[in-house]
Design a protein. Structure first.
Length: 123
């Protein structure tokens, strides 16, 4: 299944999708009365989640194209694909590293909220 070059290039649609996903995450976290850490940390975490979401979709397309290039023995396309794949992985890694601290804080908050509600419901 060959993918067109247009599917691999950045586009306004990808940026829009990433922003929409980030906004959805932010809305959900705000409804859950997420922790008191800085609003910018929450916003950054949502942007990272949105970018990771859209990046994983691009990564799947790149991996399929890489497989196609290997099967076609297209060495130049294979080399280009590997370079593109590395760039995508570095992008995901950057967002993954940046998201760790706010993600841990949010998870700790969620566990505390769950325990608090369990305690209230058991009374």
């Amino acid at each position: 299944m060959k993918k067109s070059t247009d599917e691999l290039n950045p586009s306004k649609n990808v940026a829009t999708e990433s922003a929409n996903v980030a906004h959805e995450f932010l809305s959900c976290f705000q409804k859950m009365e997420s922790p008191d850490f800085q609003e910018s940390s929450l916003s950054d975490m949502c942007v990272d989640l949105g970018d990771i979401w859209t990046s994983q979709k691009k990564l799947a397309t790149q991996l399929q194209k890489l497989m196609d290039d290997v099967q076609a023995k297209s060495y130049r396309d294979l080399a280009n694909g590997l370079v593109d794949l590395r760039i995508s992985l570095e992008h995901i890694t950057w967002h993954s590293n940046r998201i760790l601290e706010p993600m841990i804080k949010t998870a700790e908050f969620a566990y505390k909220q769950h325990e608090s509600r369990q305690t209230k419901n058991s009374k």
